[in-house]
Design a protein around this ligand. Sequence first.
Ligand SMILES: Nc1ncnc2c1ncn2[C@@H]1O[C@H](COP(=O)(O)OP(=O)(O)OP(=O)(O)O)[C@@H](O)[C@H]1O
Ligand SMILES: [Mg+2]
Length: 248
Amino acid sequence: MLDVQDITMRFGGLVAVSGASLSVPKGAIVGLIGPNGAGKTTLFTIIAGFQAPSAGRVAFGGQDITGKPAHIRARLGIARTFQIVQPFAGLNVRENIAVGAYLRHARRADAHARAEEVARRVGLGVDLDKPAASLTVAGRKRLELARALATEPLLLLLDEVLAGLNPSEIRDIIPVIQAIRDDGVTILMIEHVMQAVMNLCSHVHVLARGRMIAQGAPRDVCADPAVIEAYLGKGAAGRIEAGEASDA
Ligand SMILES: Nc1ncnc2c1ncn2[C@@H]1O[C@H](COP(=O)(O)OP(=O)(O)OP(=O)(O)O)[C@@H](O)[C@H]1O
Ligand SMILES: [Mg+2]
């Protein structure tokens, strides 16, 4: 469904993403992990069309969309959430979600009906009339998810939707994400919460300092020495192994 080829993104002298490639098959939940500043959000920004890459190509459903602006990509079926959630504070939950629904429903009543349906799917059904500003962090994350889902995407890009949630809130939202996939939406998710990555993702790509350093099943990727070193520093994998050997 999504094919990202050799993307490089330079900001002045900084190379945020360097020759990164990944693909997402239809119907999958694929993870994108990596240390802070690795370039994950930058890659999402390029996939969604908010910024043009310095080099490389993005294909969606077999079509090259590299030159297409974000609103055309949204129409084609790509939606993203933002790592820093910013709901329209003056609008209530229903109106916030309807902003996404207007992409495919021009009439207010239709957009609101769609928003209500999406709200129920993400567990915000009882909050429809509340001001968005009154939601808890967990509520705002669900709202961010709902706004993207209301555009009726084929591919949903989730940028750390679980960040800032406590363990029980994470447990509650995992089945919501699974249900979205079961309804036919393909998902690419950036996530630091490894419990969620293990539970949800069939395949994981690892970005470190702008480069893809590993990919595979979540369990294999987490045991990969290159991945452990990217997170914990050079030699960490060897130290962990030596520690385990001396424990035994
Ligand atoms: N618009 C920009 N202009 C200049 N530098 C940028 C811009 N956007 C991102 N960067 C830089 O690019 C690098 C990658 O940032 P990015 O936000 O993509 O990382 P990330 O993997 O999403 O990190 P995190 O896990 O902290 O969210 C960082 O060094 C960041 O400061
Ligand atoms: Mg980020």
